[in-house]
Design a protein around this ligand. Structure first.
Ligand code: UDP
Length: 463
């Protein structure tokens, strides 16, 4: 039994065995992978991060790690107006482009180092296969929820039953095999690229079932039933060790520069008085939706912090600069709002001034809001976001969904519903605080997530 960084673990402290990490090069995948690396580094492992030259991490923030770049530039499909389509096509392209250079770099590293295992993103099946081919044990990090993974495993059967691809008229139909999903909560409803989505999902499930273990950024208090079902059906050890952003000492792995000035601005605001608005790193909206969003926020009369990411508006001329706001917005909101191009989100959500979060329901944002006890307005865009929103709205009951055509009056009403005293805001806030407290329990020394980190460390040492 050893003690590393204050944590007691059955692993020995002096082994310095090396764990290799390979994140999918997107913000929502990079963050949890670096958080996991930070956690395992704290438990005594050396860390090597393989990464693509597209969306490459900033090495200077992680001086204790080794980095191995793998070239993919020029091999990735260009952006298109369908964010889901381009994302899934890029996932397949990253696998193809990395295969040969990763094999070469991994073989050369194996000649020098004692490697315990590779932890790769669940979307990197080809690279997991390469590692196994070279005799390296593999673990998979799935950066979405357990519920989403269970739905992915059921996806081919759901398609056989006719749930997908779906007609507009079927959207409200309950998926009776998988409550609380409705057809509209499944991944490819609104997309023309059903075939490629099915392929990406099936590869992800294979990546999990052929690995030596599955790591999930979730916790028992949130997804007890879903985790039990994965343990029963997947046949591999499952380690739910979330929330990684709170358990890990990792430095920020943000690809964009976070504007920390907004934290000082929040310091000057009253408790629970600010609406935080952010749609993550990939979701996009039309120029007309931006106008409705802006006037909905302005007309609500509430104080807000809004992340207006470069590239947020589809088809905008400059993807480098933040999209322009409508004329008159500045004057209408003077003194009660701040707009930034990227925020230190975890710190923002943990700030006492933040009273609600309008989110696209990416899994990291969902988890970060739940763990901070912040209720949400859920407006999912694609992929797993609809399912996450369904759980927020229907299972955890910590938020309201804003669906349909985005219209300023609806936005204003949703903001008021969450921010104003009384119901439904009070009930949502109460539930969010209860879940925050359950999440904190999972992180105590004997809580499920901490216990599972110990089990994961022991498991790695047996591989
Ligand atoms: N994030 C951030 N600053 C922002 C907005 C988002 O640091 O202004 C982080 C956020 O904390 C989360 C990640 O970016 O960890 C987004 O991941 P998520 O799964 O929520 O959405 P995605 O970007 O993958 O759609």
């Amino acid at each position: 039994m050893g003690s590393i960084g204050g944590h007691t673990t059955t692993a020995t402290a002096d082994r310095r065995r090396r764990v290799l990490f390979f994140p999918l090069p997107y913000q929502g995948h990079i963050n949890p992978m670096f958080q996991l690396a930070g956690l395992l580094h704290l438990r005594g492992f050396s860390v090597t991060v393989f990464h693509t030259d597209f969306n490459a991490p900033d090495k200077s923030r992680h001086p204790a790690y080794d980095f191995v770049p793998v070239p993919v530039r020029g091999c990735l499909p260009k952006g298109s107006s369908d964010a889901l389509q381009v994302t899934v096509e890029r996932i397949l392209a990253v696998n193809r482009a990395c295969e040969a250079p990763f094999r070469e770099r991994l073989a050369s590293l194996l000649a020098r180092e004692d490697v315990a295992c590779l932890v790769a993103d669940a979307h990197l099946l080809t690279l997991l296969d390469v590692a196994r081919g070279l005799g390296v044990p593999t673990l998979v990090l799935r950066t979405g929820s357990a519920a989403c993974l269970r739905m992915f495993a059921a996806f081919p059967a759901l398609c056989d039953k006719g749930y997908q691809p779906a007609q507009e008229s079927q959207l409200e139909t309950p998926v009776t095999e998988l409550p609380p999903y409705r057809v509209r909560d499944l991944p490819s409803t609104t997309s023309a690229c059903h075939g490629v989505i099915s392929e990406v999902i099936s590869r992800l499930v294979t990546a999990v079932t052929t690995s030596s273990g599955l790591i999930l950024n979730t916790m028992d208090a949130l997804e007890c039933g879903e985790l039990a079902s994965l343990r029963r059906d997947f046949g591999v050890p499952v380690f739910d060790i979330g929330p990684l952003h709170m358990l890990s000492p990792a430095a920020s792995s943000s690809l964009l520069l976070q504007d920390r000035g907004c934290l000082e601005w929040l310091d000057a605001q009253a408790p629970a008085s600010v609406l935080y608005v952010s749609f993550g790193s990939l979701a996009s909206m039309s120029a007309a939706e931006l106008v409705e969003t802006a006037w909905g926020i302005a007309n609500s009369g509430y104080t807000f912090l809004w992340v207006l990411r470069p590239g947020l508006v589809r088809g905008s001329q400059t993807s480098e600069a933040a999209p322009p706001l409508p004329d008159g917005f500045d004057a209408a909101t003077r003194g009660r709002g701040m707009v930034v191009s990227w925020a230190p989100q975890e710190e923002v959500l943990a700030h006492p001034a933040v009273g609600a979060f309008w989110t696209h329901c990416g899994w990291n944002s969902t988890l970060e809001s739940l763990c901070a006890g912040v209720p949400v307005i859920a407006r999912p865009c694609f992929g797993d976001q609809m399912g996450n929103a369904r759980y927020v709205d229907h299972v955890w009951r910590t938020g309201l969904t804003l669906d349909g055509v985005l219209e300023r009056g609806e936005v204003e009403a949703a903001v008021a519903a969450l921010m104003a005293p009384g119901e439904p805001g009070d009930g949502l806030r109460r539930r969010a605080r209860e879940l925050e407290s359950s999440a904190a329990d999972c992180m105590t020394k004997d809580g499920s997530s901490c216990t599972n980190v110990d089990k994961l460390v022991d498991h790695i040492l047996t591989l």
